[in-house]
Design a protein around this ligand. Structure first.
Ligand code: HPA
Length: 264
Protein backbone atom coordinates (compact mmCIF):
# COMPACT_ATOMS: atom_id res chain seq x y z
CA UNK A 1 0.00 0.00 0.00
CA UNK A 2 0.92 3.61 -0.47
CA UNK A 3 2.50 4.89 2.80
CA UNK A 4 0.73 8.28 2.44
CA UNK A 5 -2.65 6.54 2.16
CA UNK A 6 -1.87 4.26 5.08
CA UNK A 7 -1.01 7.28 7.20
CA UNK A 8 -4.17 9.21 6.36
CA UNK A 9 -6.51 6.23 6.52
CA UNK A 10 -5.20 5.36 9.97
CA UNK A 11 -6.49 8.77 11.10
CA UNK A 12 -9.63 9.38 9.01
CA UNK A 13 -12.15 6.69 8.12
CA UNK A 14 -14.16 8.96 5.75
CA UNK A 15 -13.64 8.44 2.03
CA UNK A 16 -13.59 11.93 0.45
CA UNK A 17 -15.11 12.53 -2.99
CA UNK A 18 -14.60 16.32 -3.27
CA UNK A 19 -11.24 18.06 -2.92
CA UNK A 20 -10.87 21.72 -1.98
CA UNK A 21 -7.64 23.73 -1.99
CA UNK A 22 -7.77 26.79 0.25
CA UNK A 23 -5.16 29.33 -0.76
CA UNK A 24 -3.57 32.33 0.98
CA UNK A 25 -5.66 33.69 3.82
CA UNK A 26 -8.57 31.39 2.99
CA UNK A 27 -7.80 28.59 5.44
CA UNK A 28 -10.61 29.67 7.80
CA UNK A 29 -13.11 28.56 5.16
CA UNK A 30 -12.38 25.02 6.40
CA UNK A 31 -14.05 25.81 9.75
CA UNK A 32 -17.39 24.86 8.16
CA UNK A 33 -16.14 21.32 7.50
CA UNK A 34 -17.27 18.95 10.25
CA UNK A 35 -14.87 16.32 11.57
CA UNK A 36 -17.66 14.20 13.05
CA UNK A 37 -18.13 10.66 11.86
CA UNK A 38 -14.57 9.79 10.88
CA UNK A 39 -12.94 13.05 9.83
CA UNK A 40 -9.51 14.33 10.89
CA UNK A 41 -6.94 17.08 10.45
CA UNK A 42 -3.72 15.60 9.09
CA UNK A 43 -0.58 17.82 8.86
CA UNK A 44 1.23 17.56 5.50
CA UNK A 45 4.54 17.33 7.32
CA UNK A 46 3.46 14.00 8.87
CA UNK A 47 2.37 12.41 5.58
CA UNK A 48 5.12 10.32 3.94
CA UNK A 49 6.20 12.03 0.70
CA UNK A 50 4.72 15.47 1.48
CA UNK A 51 6.39 18.62 2.77
CA UNK A 52 5.08 21.37 5.07
CA UNK A 53 4.19 24.83 3.75
CA UNK A 54 6.70 27.54 4.67
CA UNK A 55 4.32 30.43 3.90
CA UNK A 56 3.02 32.23 6.96
CA UNK A 57 -0.51 32.76 5.62
CA UNK A 58 -0.86 29.06 4.78
CA UNK A 59 -1.74 26.48 7.42
CA UNK A 60 -0.40 23.09 6.46
CA UNK A 61 -2.89 20.28 6.87
CA UNK A 62 -5.58 18.29 5.17
CA UNK A 63 -9.02 18.50 6.75
CA UNK A 64 -11.06 15.43 5.91
CA UNK A 65 -14.69 15.80 6.92
CA UNK A 66 -18.20 16.54 5.75
CA UNK A 67 -19.80 19.67 4.30
CA UNK A 68 -23.50 19.67 3.49
CA UNK A 69 -23.56 15.90 3.65
CA UNK A 70 -20.70 15.49 1.16
CA UNK A 71 -17.33 14.05 2.06
CA UNK A 72 -14.50 16.49 1.40
CA UNK A 73 -10.74 16.58 1.65
CA UNK A 74 -9.60 20.18 2.04
CA UNK A 75 -6.05 21.43 1.84
CA UNK A 76 -5.75 24.20 4.42
CA UNK A 77 -2.84 26.01 2.81
CA UNK A 78 -0.79 24.82 -0.15
CA UNK A 79 2.86 24.48 -1.05
CA UNK A 80 4.32 26.48 -3.95
CA UNK A 81 7.23 26.05 -6.33
CA UNK A 82 8.58 29.41 -5.09
CA UNK A 83 9.31 27.75 -1.74
CA UNK A 84 12.07 25.92 -3.59
CA UNK A 85 10.04 22.84 -4.47
CA UNK A 86 9.96 21.05 -7.78
CA UNK A 87 6.67 21.07 -9.68
CA UNK A 88 6.32 17.38 -8.74
CA UNK A 89 6.79 18.09 -5.01
CA UNK A 90 4.34 20.99 -5.13
CA UNK A 91 1.69 18.75 -6.67
CA UNK A 92 2.29 15.61 -4.61
CA UNK A 93 -0.82 16.41 -2.50
CA UNK A 94 -2.96 16.11 -5.67
CA UNK A 95 -1.68 12.56 -6.18
CA UNK A 96 -2.61 11.78 -2.57
CA UNK A 97 -6.10 13.26 -3.05
CA UNK A 98 -6.61 11.20 -6.19
CA UNK A 99 -5.49 8.05 -4.41
CA UNK A 100 -7.93 8.84 -1.59
CA UNK A 101 -10.77 8.79 -4.12
CA UNK A 102 -11.29 12.51 -4.77
CA UNK A 103 -12.89 12.90 -8.21
CA UNK A 104 -13.87 16.59 -8.20
CA UNK A 105 -11.52 19.40 -7.21
CA UNK A 106 -12.28 23.03 -6.34
CA UNK A 107 -9.17 25.22 -6.20
CA UNK A 108 -9.03 28.70 -4.68
CA UNK A 109 -6.25 31.25 -4.84
CA UNK A 110 -5.38 34.89 -4.37
CA UNK A 111 -4.47 36.67 -7.59
CA UNK A 112 -3.48 40.10 -8.83
CA UNK A 113 -5.92 41.78 -11.21
CA UNK A 114 -4.34 42.34 -14.65
CA UNK A 115 -7.65 43.46 -16.16
CA UNK A 116 -8.07 47.05 -14.93
CA UNK A 117 -11.82 46.36 -14.62
CA UNK A 118 -11.20 43.83 -11.85
CA UNK A 119 -11.38 45.29 -8.35
CA UNK A 120 -9.71 43.91 -5.23
CA UNK A 121 -12.25 41.75 -3.39
CA UNK A 122 -13.87 40.34 -6.56
CA UNK A 123 -14.13 36.62 -7.24
CA UNK A 124 -13.40 35.32 -10.76
CA UNK A 125 -13.85 31.76 -12.03
CA UNK A 126 -10.83 30.57 -14.02
CA UNK A 127 -11.90 29.39 -17.46
CA UNK A 128 -8.43 28.90 -18.95
CA UNK A 129 -4.79 29.55 -18.12
CA UNK A 130 -1.48 30.67 -19.58
CA UNK A 131 1.53 29.30 -17.72
CA UNK A 132 4.84 31.02 -18.27
CA UNK A 133 6.25 28.35 -15.95
CA UNK A 134 5.11 25.38 -18.05
CA UNK A 135 6.13 27.02 -21.28
CA UNK A 136 9.61 27.53 -19.82
CA UNK A 137 10.06 23.88 -18.80
CA UNK A 138 8.32 23.76 -15.41
CA UNK A 139 5.45 21.47 -16.47
CA UNK A 140 4.53 19.35 -13.42
CA UNK A 141 3.92 16.34 -15.68
CA UNK A 142 7.53 16.43 -16.88
CA UNK A 143 9.38 13.26 -15.86
CA UNK A 144 6.13 11.49 -14.97
CA UNK A 145 4.22 8.82 -16.86
CA UNK A 146 1.47 11.35 -17.66
CA UNK A 147 2.44 12.62 -21.09
CA UNK A 148 0.49 14.62 -23.63
CA UNK A 149 -2.52 15.30 -21.42
CA UNK A 150 -4.93 17.68 -23.18
CA UNK A 151 -5.50 20.95 -21.34
CA UNK A 152 -8.33 22.04 -23.59
CA UNK A 153 -11.34 22.28 -21.29
CA UNK A 154 -9.21 21.67 -18.19
CA UNK A 155 -11.68 23.85 -16.26
CA UNK A 156 -14.85 21.75 -16.42
CA UNK A 157 -17.73 23.43 -18.29
CA UNK A 158 -20.36 21.93 -15.99
CA UNK A 159 -18.49 23.11 -12.90
CA UNK A 160 -18.14 26.60 -14.39
CA UNK A 161 -21.93 26.66 -14.74
CA UNK A 162 -22.29 25.43 -11.14
CA UNK A 163 -19.93 28.19 -10.01
CA UNK A 164 -22.11 30.76 -11.79
CA UNK A 165 -25.13 29.36 -9.92
CA UNK A 166 -23.13 29.58 -6.69
CA UNK A 167 -22.51 33.29 -7.33
CA UNK A 168 -19.29 33.49 -9.39
CA UNK A 169 -20.48 34.54 -12.83
CA UNK A 170 -17.35 36.39 -13.88
CA UNK A 171 -14.79 34.31 -15.78
CA UNK A 172 -11.21 34.97 -16.73
CA UNK A 173 -7.85 33.61 -17.85
CA UNK A 174 -5.30 33.03 -15.10
CA UNK A 175 -1.70 33.79 -15.92
CA UNK A 176 0.75 31.65 -13.95
CA UNK A 177 4.09 33.18 -12.97
CA UNK A 178 6.71 31.42 -10.84
CA UNK A 179 7.05 34.12 -8.18
CA UNK A 180 7.72 34.88 -5.41
CA UNK A 181 8.49 38.44 -6.56
CA UNK A 182 5.66 40.62 -7.80
CA UNK A 183 5.76 41.69 -11.45
CA UNK A 184 7.32 44.84 -12.91
CA UNK A 185 4.91 47.23 -14.68
CA UNK A 186 6.39 46.14 -18.03
CA UNK A 187 5.72 42.49 -17.15
CA UNK A 188 2.18 43.37 -16.12
CA UNK A 189 1.59 45.02 -19.52
CA UNK A 190 3.07 41.98 -21.27
CA UNK A 191 0.85 39.59 -19.29
CA UNK A 192 -2.23 41.64 -20.15
CA UNK A 193 -1.22 41.71 -23.82
CA UNK A 194 -0.82 37.92 -23.77
CA UNK A 195 -4.43 37.56 -22.62
CA UNK A 196 -4.22 37.22 -18.84
CA UNK A 197 -7.02 38.67 -16.70
CA UNK A 198 -5.38 37.84 -13.37
CA UNK A 199 -1.93 36.64 -12.30
CA UNK A 200 -0.84 34.32 -9.53
CA UNK A 201 1.85 31.92 -8.38
CA UNK A 202 -0.08 28.68 -7.89
CA UNK A 203 -3.04 26.63 -9.14
CA UNK A 204 -1.89 25.69 -12.65
CA UNK A 205 0.40 22.79 -11.60
CA UNK A 206 -2.42 21.53 -9.35
CA UNK A 207 -4.94 21.69 -12.19
CA UNK A 208 -2.63 19.80 -14.53
CA UNK A 209 -1.87 16.96 -12.14
CA UNK A 210 -5.54 16.71 -11.14
CA UNK A 211 -6.51 16.50 -14.83
CA UNK A 212 -3.86 13.86 -15.45
CA UNK A 213 -5.39 11.90 -12.53
CA UNK A 214 -8.83 12.17 -14.17
CA UNK A 215 -10.48 14.65 -11.80
CA UNK A 216 -13.05 17.26 -12.79
CA UNK A 217 -11.57 20.64 -11.88
CA UNK A 218 -12.77 24.17 -11.22
CA UNK A 219 -10.91 27.14 -9.75
CA UNK A 220 -11.76 30.56 -8.33
CA UNK A 221 -9.42 33.54 -7.88
CA UNK A 222 -10.00 36.15 -5.22
CA UNK A 223 -8.53 39.41 -6.49
CA UNK A 224 -6.26 40.54 -3.66
CA UNK A 225 -4.70 43.55 -5.42
CA UNK A 226 -4.71 45.43 -8.71
CA UNK A 227 -1.49 45.03 -10.68
CA UNK A 228 0.51 48.16 -11.44
CA UNK A 229 0.66 48.84 -15.19
CA UNK A 230 2.84 51.96 -15.31
CA UNK A 231 6.02 53.31 -13.73
CA UNK A 232 4.07 56.54 -13.29
CA UNK A 233 1.82 54.75 -10.78
CA UNK A 234 3.52 55.10 -7.37
CA UNK A 235 1.53 52.19 -5.88
CA UNK A 236 3.75 49.51 -4.32
CA UNK A 237 2.12 46.06 -4.11
CA UNK A 238 2.79 44.34 -0.79
CA UNK A 239 1.85 41.01 0.74
CA UNK A 240 0.21 42.93 3.62
CA UNK A 241 -2.10 44.71 1.18
CA UNK A 242 -3.08 41.41 -0.38
CA UNK A 243 -3.55 39.88 3.07
CA UNK A 244 -5.89 42.70 4.18
CA UNK A 245 -8.09 42.22 1.11
CA UNK A 246 -8.16 38.48 1.70
CA UNK A 247 -9.82 39.05 5.06
CA UNK A 248 -12.86 40.34 3.17
CA UNK A 249 -12.59 37.70 0.43
CA UNK A 250 -12.53 34.71 2.82
CA UNK A 251 -16.21 34.90 3.91
CA UNK A 252 -17.33 35.39 0.29
CA UNK A 253 -15.26 32.42 -0.86
CA UNK A 254 -16.66 30.36 2.03
CA UNK A 255 -20.23 31.21 0.99
CA UNK A 256 -19.49 30.21 -2.62
CA UNK A 257 -18.05 26.86 -1.52
CA UNK A 258 -21.08 26.18 0.69
CA UNK A 259 -23.43 26.93 -2.22
CA UNK A 260 -21.32 24.98 -4.71
CA UNK A 261 -20.83 21.71 -2.81
CA UNK A 262 -24.51 20.67 -2.87
CA UNK A 263 -24.51 21.31 -6.66
CA UNK A 264 -21.62 18.92 -7.33
N1 HPA B 1 1.09 38.92 -8.77
C1 HPA B 1 1.35 37.60 -8.69
N2 HPA B 1 0.75 36.80 -7.81
C2 HPA B 1 -0.14 37.35 -6.99
C3 HPA B 1 -0.46 38.72 -7.03
C4 HPA B 1 0.20 39.55 -7.96
O1 HPA B 1 -0.02 40.77 -8.05
N3 HPA B 1 -1.39 38.94 -6.05
C5 HPA B 1 -1.63 37.74 -5.47
N4 HPA B 1 -0.89 36.77 -6.03
Amino acid sequence: MDPALDHIRARASLRPEIGVILGSGLGAVADAISLEGGGADVPYADVPGLVASTVQSHAGHFRIGTLHGRTVMAMCGRVHMYEGLSAQQATAPMRVMAAMGVNTLLITNAAGGLDPDLSPGELVAIEDHISLVNLAGGDPLRATDDRFVSMNGAYDAGLLDALAQAGVARRGTYLHAAGPSFETPAEVRMMRMLGGDMVGMSTVPEVMVARAAGMRVCAVSGISNSCVHSLDDPHVTTADEAWDTLQSIAPKMGAVIERLVPLL
